[in-house]
Design a protein around this ligand. Structure first.
Ligand SMILES: Nc1nc2c(c(=O)[nH]1)N[C@H]1C(S)=C(S)[C@@H](COP(=O)(O)O)O[C@H]1N2
Ligand SMILES: [Mo]
Length: 313
């Protein structure tokens, strides 16, 4: 395999974040110049990162046209930065992603704090073009970069009591304006059953479109669970805990009638406020039919054999 990285944690610092600091030094001058310089400041806030090398995966990748990078990075749900779809891109630069440590704990034989450098070199990076569908009815096709979460979980050796995995997003109200309001019960947590987490489709992701992910898309590390509604794919993760009991999740706590623990994409089980039968692919005008398990049934339908998917929604 041609994979090689010797990335230091410095490499995770997006170049333009550094540029931003430089730009801020010029702030008094810019203010003096007047308002028409402001768009430039906003531009400099973008946290688009450095290139991140990967091998192209064909097995799991869709060949559908990609969502435009500009759309995928500016129309997001990341409530820690606000509930508006444009808030994450506006405010996510405030999150400091270096240094970063992910604690893997709970029912594992070898709990460990992983540094970003350890995570970035743990397994070969793959580019996987996945669909991600939001429960609100929009979807995107994104070339994510990462490797199967199972690579990480295998290394900590889950014990026989480990049946679920809980993901926790960073809690930093000083850097995340949405966390200063009681929008959700912070920090954001999500969960999967262990066999779902070990399914090769479940991606631990560091980048997209050939580069490290911008903050609004979950930098420096997140999961992508492409057969479930978008909110199952937790961003900016600091803890991965293996548990015996089904973990409480933020959305189930917020509204158990609307959000279930499983949240598998299912066109025949509607959300109380939204039909799940169809979806709008960002960048397209006409709606398309939503597919069971978001089209990943071949890989994941067997996980739910014999389960009533209306009860376990
Ligand atoms: N921590 C955290 N993770 C989150 C969210 C959030 O509000 N906070 N929103 C989720 C939802 S609803 C969606 S649709 C996806 C969107 O991922 P993307 O911005 O990378 O497209 O992120 C998910 N992960
Ligand atoms: Mo979503």
């Amino acid at each position: 395999m041609s994979y090689k990285t010797k990335l230091s944690s410095r490499d995770v610092t997006p170049k333009t974040l550094w540029d931003r600091r430089k730009t801020l030094k010029l702030a008094p001058w810019v203010l003096f110049q007047g308002l028409f310089f402001l768009p430039k400041l906003t531009e400099a806030r973008d946290t688009v990162g450095k290139k991140l090398k990967s091998l192209k995966d064909k097995l799991f990748s869709t060949t559908e046209p990609l969502t435009a990078y500009s759309k995928a990075t500016s129309y997001n749900n990341y409530y820690e930065f606000g509930t508006d779809k444009s808030d994450p891109k506006k405010y996510a630069y405030q999150l400091e992603i270096e240094p970063w440590v992910v604690r893997v704990e709970g029912h594992v034989s070898q709990p460990k704090d992983f540094t970003m450098n350890e995570l970035l070199t743990l397994a070969p990076m793959e580019e996987r073009v996945y669909r991600l569908r939001c429960v609100e009815g929009w979807s995107m096709v994104i070339p994510w970069i990462g490797y199967s979460l199972s690579e990480l979980l295998r290394r900590v050796a889950p014990t026989k009591d480990a049946r679920y995995v809980e993901f926790t997003t960073v809690y930093r109200p000083d850097q995340m304006p949405g966390q200063r309001k009681p929008i959700l019960d912070w920090p954001y947590t999500e969960g999967l059953r262990l066999d779902e987490a070990m399914n090769p489709l479940t991606l631990l992701s560091f980048g997209m479109y050939g580069s490290f992910s911008p903050n609004q898309n979950g930098a420096p590390v997140r999961v992508i669970v492409p057969w479930k509604y978008g909110f199952k794919s937790a961003k900016s993760i600091v803890s991965i805990r293996l548990t015996e009991k089904e973990p409480q999740t933020t959305w189930v706590k917020a509204s158990p009638k609307e959000y279930g623990f499983y949240s598998n994409v299912n066109p025949s089980v509607n959300h109380p406020r939204w039909s799940q039968a169809r979806e709008r692919r960002i960048g397209e005008f006409r709606k398309r039919d939503t597919l069971l398990f978001n089209g990943y049934g071949d890989q994941v339908a067997k996980l739910y054999e014999g389960m009533n998917l209306e009860k376990y929604f």
